[in-house]
Structures are given as C-alpha cells and as structure tokens.
Design a protein around this ligand. Structure first.
Ligand SMILES: *Cc1c(COP(=O)(O)O)cnc(C)c1O
Length: 370
C-alpha cells in the first residue's frame, strides 16, 4: 500500500522558476525577494511590519530581546508546546514559568496564566498551538491588568483568525515558522509581525549586525548596537513567496479536509475532537484528535503505512525544564500531561486525496482501543 505522510510540502507551479530567477540574478542573500515576501505577509495578516528571519526560534528570541527581557524577568509559557517556545526565555537569561493548558483547546489555561503572574512577569508567550487561535479578548484584558507584553508563538498559525482578526495582528509581536512541517515553508525560515514601529526597527537592526536603519543608514553604515545575523535569503524567500501568493487556497484546502475529518469522526466513541474558540478560524496546521491508549493506537495505525504522530510535548517532563533558578512550574500541569499522552495528529496535506483521507479515517476507527 502507498504510504500516507503526515504532511508533504506543496510547492505551487512557478516556484522553481522563481528560485531559478534568483539564482540567475546572482543576488542570493537577503534582498528584494525577501522584501516582497515580507510585504505580502504583512498585508495578509494585517500588521504594519514583517521581518523575515532564518527560523521561528531565533525570531522568538529576538522578540524577547527587543522588549529588553533578560535576567531577573519572568516569562510565562504554556507547558504543552514545542521546546523552542520556552528555550528562548532561558537563552536571553530570563526565568521560564510553565503553566497548564486547557484540556479542550490545548491552549494556555487563562486562569492558570493569571495566577502565575508576579511583579517580575514581563511577557507571556502564548502559543496558538496547531493553528488554534487564542482568545485575545481574555489575553488583552489580562495584559491591561498586569502590564505584560504578549509575544505570540504563532509558529503554526498562518491564516488562523478570531472574528476576522488575523493571527499576526493581535499580539505585540507574533512569530511564525516556515519549517517544512508547517504548511507554508521555505525549508527553514520564520516571519515576525508587529505593529510597533520602534520594536520593528530594533529587530531590523539586530538581525542586520546592529546596523542603524532609516536616516542614519543613508549617511553610511553605522553600527548602532551589538547585533547578529538572522536574515532569510532571497532564495528561500522565493520559495515562501510562491506559497504566500496562494495562501488562501492552501488554507481552504486544509480547512476542507479538516471538516471532512470532523464529519467522519464526530460522535465516534473514544475519539474527542479539539475545540476552537467562538468566532475562531483554525488553520489546521495540525489536525489532532484525542484517543485512549494513544501510543498503542499510533503504533497500530503506523503499521498500516499511515504516518500519525503525537501532538507535541509536555515540557516539564523533560530534564531541560526541571525547576531551578531559571525555571518555575506554576500550579498543576495535569492537562498538559493528558494532552501529551492522548493527542494523535492525523495526516493532512494539500494534495491529500479523499481516498487517502478515507484510509486514515478507517484506520483510526479500526484501531481505537477502549
Ligand atoms: C515549529 C514550531 C516552532 C519552531 O519553529 P522553527 O521555525 O523550526 O524554529 C516553535 N514553536 C512551535 C509551537 C512550533 O510548532
């Protein structure tokens, strides 16, 4: 039987021509194609600024630096996420505070988050996990009360929205991933969006070795601050641009396939579907259900040649995230463990056929365990 992958990148017609045009131009590093990619991206999410970076993880780290977060500051992060969300907090010298997630949505538990705030809380990094959008009504109310900044780990969430407000336009800074596991990909890459001009300018400088941007730059290169190199090349930008130009088509196909999964699996005893906030539009970067005895079910389905996966990790169960001077667990993390043990990610990719999807649905139903 033909194997069914979890995800397969879709490179629209014209991608190779775009990449070859860059190669022929001789302008391989960051340049005009990167700029065009950023412009298309910021218009799509409705943010004033977009900065392409070499991956989402350094984008998150740079966002923390832009806000001046460092030693002595606390940053609250959900426990159920990819390690990158939390590791960047330690990388800038701040303290990671892990909180639980909501069992239905797998998003940060807003009450647990509020309870974890201290006078040292400078920022939170909520994650729109799997493309499930966060509730900014609640987050902004907490922000107004406590005064922290919101950096969204929007790695999975291109195209997700709540009541028409796109992910990428709600947080102070949002950071997207363009890794091949994500449905818009450059191989490796990331995109930062913000509507704060000063932070955008700081990050633009920092990712270009600390060069001054704007008027100073026109009078010759000036290194205004210590910086680094987090640029995304013209070559990779050409790959991303060709997908961003048809991003709604990509998103609609995912949502169509997700709706088919929903219809086939809703009400099946032993399968729990994930929940989206009222008015939310999920990007279905990852389509996850919850099942009992997930590991055994996963093995059995994989034996059919179908690449199912765990959802993501419960960070506090890993050696790197044990309590210490720079890591704190705030409250119970039981839902994170539950999600980590029960979530099953099903294959979903642009060119997936309905016949392939029916195979997956059949396999899930056949291999469920009580
Ligand atoms: C993929 C992912 C990342 C890491 O993105 P990179 O571009 O590989 O650095 C971070 N956080 C979440 C939630 C992710 O899904």
């Amino acid at each position: 039987m033909k194997k069914i992958p979890l995800i397969r990148p879709y490179l629209p017609p014209g991608t190779k021509e775009r990449v070859c045009a860059v190669l022929d131009s001789g302008y391989l590093t960051e340049g005009p194609v990167t700029k065009e990619f950023e412009n298309v991206f910021k218009r799509y999410v409705g943010a004033a600024h977009a900065l392409a970076v070499c991956n989402c993880t350094v984008g998150l780290e740079m966002a923390l630096r832009a806000l001046g977060i460092g030693p002595g500051d606390e940053v609250i992060v959900p426990d159920y996420t990819y390690p990158a969300t939390a590791s960047v907090v330690d990388i800038v010298g701040a303290t990671t505070v892990l909180v639980d997630v909501n069992r239905d949505s797998m998003l940060v538990d807003y009450d647990a988050l509020a309870a974890a705030v201290t006078p040292r809380t400078k920022a939170i990094i909520p994650v729109s996990i799997f493309g499930n959008p966060l509730d900014y009504g609640v987050l902004n109310a907490l922000k107004a009360k406590h005064g922290f900044a919101i950096i969204e780990d929007a790695a999975c969430s291109i195209g997700a929205a709540v009541n028409g407000q796109m992910v990428g336009s709600s947080a102070d800074i949002s950071v997207f991933s363009l890794h091949p596991r994500k449905f818009v990909t450059t191989g490796e890459g990331g995109m930062i969006t913000t509507s704060h001009a000063a932070w955008a300018e700081w990050m633009d400088s920092y990712k270009h070795f600390g060069m001054a941007s704007g008027t100073v730059a026109r009078e010759g290169i000036v290194f205004q601050r210590i910086g680094t190199n987090y640029k995304l090349s013209n070559i990779l930008s050409a790959v991303g641009l060709s997908q961003m130009l048809i991003v709604d088509e990509l998103l609609n196909r995912r949502r169509e396939l997700a709706a088919r999964y929903d219809a086939a699996l809703v009400g099946v005893p032993g399968v729990t579907l994930p929940k989206t906030v009222a008015g939310g539009r999920h990007s279905y970067q990852t389509y996850c259900v919850f099942v009992e005895r997930r590991d055994e079910v996963m093995t059995r389905i994989r034996e059919q040649g179908i690449e199912v996966q765990i959802g993501t990790y419960s960070l506090h169960r890993h050696p790197a995230y044990q309590p210490g001077p720079r890591c704190r667990w705030a409250g119970s993390l039981a839902n994170s463990i539950w999600a980590c043990q029960h979530a099953l990610a099903l294959p979903l990719f642009h060119e997936m056929t309905e016949a392939e999807q029916d195979c997956v649905i059949e396999a899930v139903k056949t291999h469920l365990l009580p």
